[in-house]
Design a protein around this ligand. Structure first.
Ligand SMILES: O=C(O)CCC(=O)C(=O)O
Ligand SMILES: [Mn+2]
Length: 209
């Protein structure tokens, strides 16, 4: 899978470790991957449970990984589907440009159908991701804003726009010190798929019977 190794646009802030590689995937590769994912992924509408009510999350999702790699996210327990071959290839390519020793065993896919789809402020800081996780995010389709803000001071904020084929790698203390989001937009935009590659530590066996 061809990729461009251009390094630019690094986002800076206290305790922020984010590398952004524009057009990491060439346009043809990104086009083909987007079409395949839209057609082949078993997209799911998840719900979030908050304050005793459940509501649909504003995007469709899918979770890929080895069997048993359950991932709990905002009260949702996700059982993985096996990685599609195209995602296996991309996982290797993405890991090859991360720090030595970084690898990924799972992928969370999000489909933002329109500008009304979004992901709200959060950090990828679930215990099963471990301390200082590396999260590598590949964007496909429509360009969308990606914002980060300090957990302890939300006025400290940085943002960029993620385009078709971009790779964004978050590491170090980013998840413990910062939140990130993809806000809704009133501007008409096309569909976007985002893939986040993660290492999920398998759940420890439960002590209760
Ligand atoms: O769509 C994006 O760029 C970010 C997605 C995200 O933060 C997540 O899936 O945890
Ligand atoms: Mn995230």
């Amino acid at each position: 899978m061809p990729s461009r190794q251009l390094f630019e646009d690094n986002l800076a802030g206290p305790g922020l470790s984010v590398d952004l590689r524009r057009a990491f995937l060439e346009a043809d590769t990104a086009d083909a991957l987007l079409a395949q994912l839209l057609a082949d992924v078993p997209w799911r509408q998840d719900e979030i449970f908050m304050f005793g009510t459940r509501s649909p999350v504003p995007r469709l999702s899918a979770w890929f990984g080895a069997p048993g790699l359950t991932y709990s996210y905002s009260g949702i327990d996700l059982e993985p589907d096996p990685l599609l071959p195209a995602l296996e290839d991309l996982r290797e390519l993405v890991a090859s440009v991360c720090a030595p020793g970084v690898s990924f065993n799972s992928v969370l896919a999000n489909w933002y159908r329109t500008g009304a789809d979004s992901v709200a402020w959060h950090a990828d800081d679930e215990p099963e991701l471990g301390r200082e996780p590396t999260i590598a995010s590949v964007s496909l389709g429509a360009a969308r804003r990606f914002q980060l803000r300090r957990k302890d001071d939300p006025t400290v904020k940085v943002e960029t726009t993620l385009h078709h084929g971009d790779l964004l790698i978050m590491s170090g203390p980013t998840q413990s010190l910062w939140h990130h989001q993809v806000p809704k937009t009133a501007t008409p935009v096309g569909e976007r798929v985002n893939l986040t590659f993660r290492w999920v530590h398998p759940a420890r066996p439960s002590l209760s019977s």
